[in-house]
Design a protein around this ligand. Structure first.
Ligand code: ADP
Ligand code: MG
Length: 360
């Protein structure tokens, strides 16, 4: 099965605007790669170019060593010849057909023989837990069941790559959680390459082996989910991943330390940085520690809001002239207006210059 390589791919729908700009990306064979970013950043366009439904205005796309599009050479492989399966947000099942008929539809129009159809149907129905639903009409199914039929219908064609464009966005929160787990299991069991589009950072974090983070048509970072979470290459990446959102505080960078609100944070090693300079330090909610009693190397803060979520306690804390979101789980929760001591405990230093680029 194939790596998918995008080499300097651009797409403009109009002269002035770029939907996708100079995108270079190697999607590894067998990966669960998510195209993540806010609405309008070019995710669907990228997926459609891989599928062959949109033509890039520049660049080259290779699937498993075969050039399927090249602006230079004029190469173009028709979508139906790319061995890709596509599932979109609206899954358009046939209402007058049963689940089984919907799933095998594509095989029948391709005149695949009956024994083969039966064998494949059994396999996908088991994988997607549809065995007991095969004789139902699709309008008798829940949203999640319909979604599984839509995926089964594509999987039965045995594509080497599965392209999914926000397939869970029509489902309610509980079903979305369940389907995330299902898709992850499906990926593990089939070994297919999955390219998944979502604007939901939590979905991307929980499901993907790789995330391509896009903003305004440009690639911001391509890495494993936790690597982006812990080592974002820029302020946008730090801000987009993680819930609650990361805190940014202004700090001064010297040659060997960061100074935030009078507090000194030592740098891990001699950095090759321009010092001194004003920077933004990113601190995630779990990277700040709260204490009732005075600590050295702590800033004084005050609890403004208490936000219990059941498993976790989040606090909005006023500290060094800013309001920060801090996670703290202790047997005795803090209360509104409590005085607290706040210590930064960053697991990785996320420091950004005035252009938002990660430094250190
Ligand atoms: P996403 O899927 O990330 O929300 P899209 O890839 O759909 O974003 O769109 C990227 C940009 O390209 C947007 O600015 C969108 O308005 C524009 N765009 C997408 N499709 C078309 C089209 N068919 N004609 C003109 N502009 C389009
Ligand atoms: Mg889209």
């Amino acid at each position: 099965m194939p790596d998918i390589v995008l080499d300097n791919v651009s797409k403009s729908f109009t002269k002035q605007t770029h939907a996708v700009e100079n995108l270079s990306l190697t999607i590894p064979d067998g990966s669960f790669t998510t195209l993540l970013g806010p609405s309008g950043c070019g995710k669907t366009t990228t997926l459609r170019m891989i599928a062959g439904l949109d033509l890039p205005t520049a660049g080259e796309i290779t699937i498993g060593g075969t050039v399927v599009f090249s602006e230079k050479s004029g190469a173009f492989v028709h979508p139906s010849k790319r061995n890709l399966g596509l599932v979109f947000q609206s899954y358009a099942l046939w209402p007058h057909l049963t689940v089984k008929e919907n799933i095998i539809f594509g095989l029948e129009i391709n005149s695949v023989d009956k024994t083969e159809v039966r064998a494949r149907l059994e396999k996908v129905a088991t994988a997607l837990r549809l065995d007991s639903l095969l004789d139902r009409y699709t309008n008798e199914l829940s949203g999640g069941q319909q979604q599984r039929v839509a995926i089964a219908r594509v999987l039965i064609m045995e594509p080497s790559v599965l392209l999914l464009d926000e397939p869970l966005s029509n489902l309610d929160a509980t079903l979305r959680m369940e389907m995330r787990a299902e898709l992850k299991r499906l990926h593990r069991e089939t070994g297919a390459t999955i390219i998944y589009v979502t604007h939901d950072q939590l979905e991307a974090l929980t499901m993907s082996t790789h995330i391509a983070l896009l903003s305004a048509g440009e690639l911001q970072q391509f890495a494993a989910p936790l690597e982006i979470y812990e080592k974002p290459t820029n302020q946008f990446a730090a801000d987009f991943l993680g819930s609650p959102r990361i805190n940014f505080v202004t700090a001064s960078l010297t040659s060997d330390s960061l100074v935030w609100g009078g507090l000194k944070i030592a740098l891990p090693g001699p950095g090759n940085v321009n010092a001194p300079q004003e920077v933004l330090l990113g601190l995630r909610a779990e990277e700040l520690r709260l204490d009732r009693v005075a600590q050295k190397d702590a800033l004084v803060g005050r609890i403004l809001t208490v936000l219990p979520t059941g498993a976790d306690w989040f606090y909005q804390v006023e500290v060094a002239g800013q309001v920060l979101t801090i996670r703290h789980n202790d047997s005795v929760p803090f209360s509104y207006d409590d005085s607290v001591y706040v210590q930064p405990r960053p697991s990785s230093l996320k420091v950004f210059d005035d252009l938002g680029r990660a430094i250190l």
